[in-house]
Ligand binder design. Structure first.
Ligand code: URA
Length: 249
């Protein structure tokens, strides 16, 4: 048996991992992945940063205010431009890949939406785009949390983030952000639509969640996949006409 020691200075704890000698290197990799210091996560996720957002990210990292944190003990940071980005994509919540790497939309769903974004590298990139979620911790078994938990998490972090960052356009991905950010229900009928959000004074656009798109792709439902691709193209073609109007439609 081998022993690996992990010191957490912030929490003043020492963890001892006991594992077969043959698995020491993968255990070490696991420890390194989950315990990248928050200051390095912030530098990596937000290449252009200001003091206000840095304080926000540090405060968010230390959030222990609800049961969501207890399940996987990892607050997941957003990623991208935090100084007036053109676009802020908002999903539901991170899963295991996101919690492990402390980056949003980095698993399968993330690869699917990033694949569409990469078709327009001058429009969607780290200098123009922020990626975030309604809920800031990975929910237990990836089941979106109850309304009161989701609402209080959003009020504490996403709402504050939107106010600090001041994105020009918000893009909601799927039913949960449609409900919590736009206060609307039914992504099937509302995808492809713009809506002005008086609460933030920002225009929003709705499209499918990439996990749903993946499921439809597997089921050979070309229509949904085409609509998703078309929605991203609509954003690219029309977003500039929306940002000149920050008061009301
Ligand atoms: N990863 C995220 O960060 N958010 C989602 O909604 C899905 C996957």
């Amino acid at each position: 048996m081998g022993h690996l020691y992990q010191m957490n200075r912030k929490q003043k704890t020492l963890s001892i991992f006991i594992c077969p000698k043959s698995e020491e290197s993968s255990a070490l990799l696991y420890i390194m992945k989950v315990s990248l210091p928050i200051t390095e996560v912030i530098q990596r996720n937000f290449p252009v940063l200001n003091k206000e957002y840095e304080s926000f990210a540090l405060e968010k990292d230390s959030c222990r205010s609800c049961e969501l944190y207890d399940h996987y003990k990892q607050v997941i940071q957003s990623e991208g431009c935090v100084v007036s980005p053109n676009f802020m994509f908002i999903g539901e919540a991170g899963g295991s890949d996101e919690a492990e790497q402390n980056r949003p939309f980095i698993g399968m769903a993330g690869q699917r939406i990033r694949e569409e974004m990469k078709k327009f590298p001058l429009i969607f990139n780290k200098k123009t785009t922020l990626i975030s979620n309604v809920v800031s911790c990975r929910p237990l078994n990836n089941k979106f949390p109850d309304k009161d938990v989701a609402k209080s998490c959003m009020a504490k972090w996403l709402d504050k983030e939107i106010k600090i960052v001041q994105p020009k356009i918000i893009i909601v991905l799927g039913n949960q952000p449609l409900l919590y950010v736009r206060e609307e229900q039914g992504i099937t009928s509302l995808r492809g639509t713009w809506k002005f959000l008086p609460k933030y004074k920002i225009w929003s656009f709705a499209t499918y969640h990439p996990s749903y798109v993946i499921r439809q792709e597997r089921a050979k439902n070309k229509e949904v996949v085409d609509l998703f691709i078309q929605d991203i193209e609509t954003i690219v073609k029309t977003w500039e006409s929306k940002i000149s109007d920050r008061t009301s439609p």
